[in-house]
Design a protein around this ligand. Sequence first.
Ligand code: DAT
Ligand code: MG
Length: 150
Amino acid sequence: MERTLILLKPDAVQRRLIGPILERFERKGLKVVGMKLMQISDELAATHYGDHKGKPFYDGLVSFMTSAPVVAMALEGNKAISVCRKLMGATFGCDAEAGTIRGDFGISNGFNLVHGSDSPEAAERELGLFFNEGEILEYGLIDDSWNAAE
Ligand code: DAT
Ligand code: MG
């Protein structure tokens, strides 16, 4: 089982797409183990996207991410990190395949609706940035036992 950090970015919230996007992850079989609406600080956005510091789009990215609330989610499942990246699609909406979140809901490069951790190391770091102790819950779902029998 893996956990990953998913953010529904300000464009997703502003466009009232929280429900349709969350549905993509839920119906695939991912389990929501943490979720909150957050107005993030410049500092948190800068730390989260620290690897991109110095790139031409960085300042715009930080101001976009702090422009309105985001929904932060911790999702759990079998290969959750790569499964979520596949559901999201390629970075730019114009390149993302139809059937993916970015491919179905947008065409922009930067306003691409959703963030997902890209490695186990990133997931651990990013979950720690967005969730405090006790905000990620452990609970059972009936199909956990079915998965265990696979
Ligand atoms: P991803 O979000 O697919 O992991 P990334 O980590 O390379 O992509 O970039 C982080 C975000 O920065 C991305 O979701 C959108 C924005 N971004 C990346 N490259 C960009 C570019 N060339 N122009 C505008 N925004 C860009
Ligand atoms: Mg990335």
